[in-house]
Ligand binder design. Sequence first.
Ligand code: ADP
Length: 449
Amino acid sequence: MALSFRRSYVDRRVFTALSILALFSLSTTFVTIGAVTKMVSSRQEGLNYSNARTTLGDLLTELNAAESAQRGYLLVEDKTYLEPYNMAIKVIPGDVTTLQAQLAGTPYSTTMSTIYPLVNQKLAELASTITANDTQGHDAAISIVAAADGQSRMSKIRTIITSILDNLNGEVSAARVEVNQYASWARDIGLLALGGTLVLVVGIYFLFDHAIEAERALDQAKDEFVSLASHQLRTPATGIKSILSMLEHGDFGPLTDRQHNVVSKAVRSNARELAIIEELLNVAKADAGRLVLKPVELDLGKLVEQVVGEQQAAYTTKYIALGLHQPSHTVKLLADEEKLYMAITNLVDNARKYTPEGGSVTVTIANHRNHVSIEVADSGIGIDEHELDHIFDRFQRSRMVLAGTIEGTGLGLYLARRIAELHHGTINVDSKKDHGSRFTMILPRRPQS
Ligand code: ADP
């Protein structure tokens, strides 16, 4: 099994439900954004028309006021009557400019452009009658009023403005209806999104729960199978071991060199088989929480010397130098001797397996205030940076190792770390591809419990 393979507790149904949730959220969000955008633009349009309506109303009122003031002045010739006129002629040009801007680009801008000259003509007519009255007398002014078509011009202006005002009223009401419609759509879609999301989230929760339960049950069944199978395998393998031992020691008669050679090979294979079975049983125990410590006060130096001594022959065969550095004083430790022996053996054995011929391995014991450390450093093949996190997982081996012929189960480091953790300690690794590895086991001198 490659290290990149990670176990997932999520089944296909959960992925489907998550995808539906994502699609649903995306589509409702898009539709809501569309409705809100439309609502905002309708509101803006309504506001524009409403402002134009007000300005247009003001223009008409001011024109009426200017005309009434002119009429009043001509009748009584009192300058105070001209005040509304004077005020109106000041604001009307501003109103016209504002209206041009407010109605630019709307269907009413063309109609409006016919009013502006009429307004100017009307203002010029009013101004000329007032001037005539002041300079040539009342009759001259009245004759201009009678001669000019001011009356019909003003009623033309009124008719056009009134019709545009009616249209603008319609536009403002339509925009209001649109705004309400889009607002209610946005609210309905929002409620739908909320309800749908809730249903999907609850569904996904149950699917997850179900998937995790199913995976756990499968895991447990696998663990039980491994444990049962290993137990069943151990008995015949142990039987074969004693038969092979008797054969090797000549209990059934002397062996020829060739026979002895074959039996030795069988003994080594049988030993390897038993070691794997033992490893599997220990993993099953560790997973079931049945790996219990039997701590004793031990001499760490002696324990490591024993491991190094037992590995020496295999190291010599592979031309790898194996060195041991330890303090001159005894390093005492409260630990489970058998399990610690197993963990250290695994580190020293791995260093040999993953170091090419001619390399070197150094085991260093260090004594600190409250803890001890056992470091195994090799000049071997090293480990890829992205695989470092996974080598302590069950059945995990690096790609490089999987591609080669080095035997292994991917269980040794998992067990070693579990053993260190049971002692309230840790194992760390520092490694670089093609530049060797350094495994450091740190154990408290006296575990708290
Ligand atoms: P095994 O050695 O049986 O495969 P382990 O659990 O002991 O299983 O180690 C897991 C993996 O970690 C190994 O397969 C190998 O890829 C990597 N590994 C362990 N020790 C070393 C080392 N000293 N140098 C390089 N790689 C190592």
